[in-house]
Ligand binder design. Structure first.
Ligand SMILES: [Zn+2]
Length: 209
């Protein structure tokens, strides 16, 4: 299993292929048939992404069967089952890169901002569980000048939520903390642009702010 840095490089290259409409040739780079992976998997990255139909991790990073261990949930929130899924993959497969992948114009973020401005009654308890996970990282923005600018507000809220999820994974699990400290596990935050198809790695990447 490669290092977190190598995994990051593969994801960057794959996204570049995707964004430039060049897909890896199935014959050359994807010799894997389902049966070849039946006995074991060795995913090189763990991705916690949003369920949005426009942001499937395997496609936007141009990866194939067995490459990514993907957890998807609306708003790429972190609840115990998401932490558990990351712990499972990191411990069992030795995967050393964890990425939280949010995206521009995320519907879960927009819904949370709407809910903070105009609370609805009788909201589904289950939906509320998602909004409640996003709320703490974005409600502070409503106390700033940025709340007057709808588009900027959503942009900043999307990033704040990605940072909060990445932070939760870094500090909300003893197992992951230990892997970070001893085994070079890296947790990064990234945002996919629905407009350009490009993923920007903006949180937790070594050597960048
Ligand atoms: Zn979303």
């Amino acid at each position: 299993m490669g290092s977190a840095g190598e995994a990051l490089g593969r994801l960057r290259e794959g996204n570049l292929r995707f964004a430039s409409h060049i897909r890896a040739s199935d014959a050359v780079l994807r010799p894997t048939r389902p049966a070849d992976l039946a006995a074991e998997q060795r995913p090189f990255a763990i991705v916690l992404g949003c369920s949005d139909s426009r942001v499937p991790a395997e496609i936007v990073f141009d990866q194939g069967l067995g490459d990514l261990f993907v957890i998807r949930v609306a708003g790429n929130i972190v609840a115990p089952s998401q932490v558990g899924s990351v712990e499972f993959a990191a411990a069992r497969y030795g995967t050393r890169l964890v990425m939280v992948l949010g995206h521009s114009r995320c519907g879960a973020i927009v819904a949370t901002l709407e809910e903070l401005r105009r609370p609805t009654e009788n909201q589904s308890r289950n939906l509320r569980a998602i909004v409640d996970r996003i709320r703490p990282s974005v409600e502070g923005l409503l106390a700033t000048g940025v709340k007057e600018d709808g588009a900027t507000l959503v942009e900043q809220a999307v990033r704040a939520n990605i940072r909060a999820s990445a932070d939760h994974l870094r500090h909300g699990s003893q197992l992951l903390e230990q892997l970070i400290q001893d085994e070079g596990l890296l947790v990064v935050g990234a945002e996919y642009s629905l407009e350009t198809g490009i993923v920007e790695f903006f949180d937790g990447v070594p050597g960048s702010a």
